[in-house]
Design a protein around this ligand. Structure first.
Ligand SMILES: C[S@@+](CC[C@H](N)C(=O)[O-])C[C@H]1O[C@@H](n2cnc3c(N)ncnc32)[C@H](O)[C@@H]1O
Length: 297
């Protein structure tokens, strides 16, 4: 058993799966070919499972730059973030750093300093939100906390080692492109932005996070295509009629934030659902028959 140290997300991310990690892990298959996570965000499940030979992706270029810089230049990222942490934060200081970061975005400079800034802003902005205006400039306000430790150097170094040594491919792309080379026997976990709890007529055309109902339809047909090709699929979303319609015919597990409630059962309604195309309840029982185990240490 390898001891790579403790891994956990290096950013606080909207929709992060930290709270549901036990339930999600228990529904994952025991073994698979390659592991794919095309909506990686903070990567809670990836860092929990630590699969080897994985592919991760996201459309957020700044987030993907942070993964790449942590992989290749962990000490520089730590140094930039710690240098910023040394100064107690004020509104002025926060706005200055946000302006510096937006200059990096405007000039397309994706480097270790930009990753350090991005992580520092994530820990000093309201709720760790990542929101940009129409021009692509980051515009989340300060969380009014003067002293926050933005990085844990041990986690950054362990993350770097994991990404390098376990051959984790990192792609800045739409989910379909990230999954373009998925093969039969591979496992894909889809954690897209969620369908809102109440779908308004407006949402069909516009979504605050840019992922519209048309994208959800596109994702559902992509999932059906992968299912036909023999790929193992797990997907998270809100428990709303649109999601049940999109994934009718698959196994649907209802989750409350705290625990698994039932599989395809009527009566109690969970707050979220996990959709799989295999029997999730049996998935992690017994010894894997071949391929790679998903729990890699
Ligand atoms: C719910 S979050 C993922 C949370 C993640 N599982 C975690 O534990 O933090 C959804 C992610 O999808 C990304 N995203 C949005 N549209 C996308 C698209 N078309 N293709 C790939 N990623 C996308 C967002 O940038 C965001 O990071």
């Amino acid at each position: 058993m390898r001891n790579r140290g403790y891994l956990k997300p290096f950013v606080k991310w909207a929709g992060g799966k930290g709270q549901l990690i036990y339930e999600l892990e228990s529904l994952c298959p025991a073994s698979c070919g390659r592991y794919f996570e095309p909506f990686i965000g903070g990567g809670a499940l990836l860092f929990d499972l630590q699969p080897g030979n994985a592919v991760i992706g996201d459309v957020n270029s700044q987030l993907i730059n942070a993964y790449l810089q942590i992989r290749d230049r962990p000490d520089e990222v730590i140094e930039y973030a710690e240098r910023l942490d040394a100064v107690p934060c004020t509104k002025e200081h926060f706005c200055e750093q946000r302006d510096r970061y937006n200059l990096k975005i405007a000039s397309g400079t994706l480097d270790a300093e930009c990753a350090g800034l991005m992580i520092w802003l994530n820990k000093h902005c309201f709720n760790g939100l990542y929101r940009v205006n129409r021009k692509g400039m980051f515009n989340v306000p300060w969380n009014r906390r003067a002293k926050v430790r933005s990085v844990d150097p041990e986690i950054i170094r362990s993350t770097s080692e994991y990404l390098r040594e376990q051959h984790v491919e990192i792609r800045n792309a739409d989910f379909e492109e990230t999954c373009s080379d998925v093969k039969s026997g591979d496992f894909v976990y889809f954690d897209s932005p969620y369908v809102p709890v109440s779908v308004t007529a407006n949402f069909t055309k516009y979504a605050a996070d840019g992922f519209t109902m048309a994208d959800h339809e596109r994702l559902a047909s992509f999932v059906r295509e992968l299912d036909r090709r023999g790929v193992m699929i797990m997907l998270s979303n809100n428990d709303v009629p649109e999601v049940r319609r999109l994934y009718a015919g698959f196994r649907i597990y209802e989750l409350s934030v705290a625990r698994l409630i039932s599989c395809n059962g009527g009566g109690r309604t969970g707050e979220e659902v996990v959709v799989t195309n295999y029997d999730g309840r049996r998935a992690r029982c017994g010894t894997p028959a071949g391929g790679c185990s998903l729990k890699f240490f």
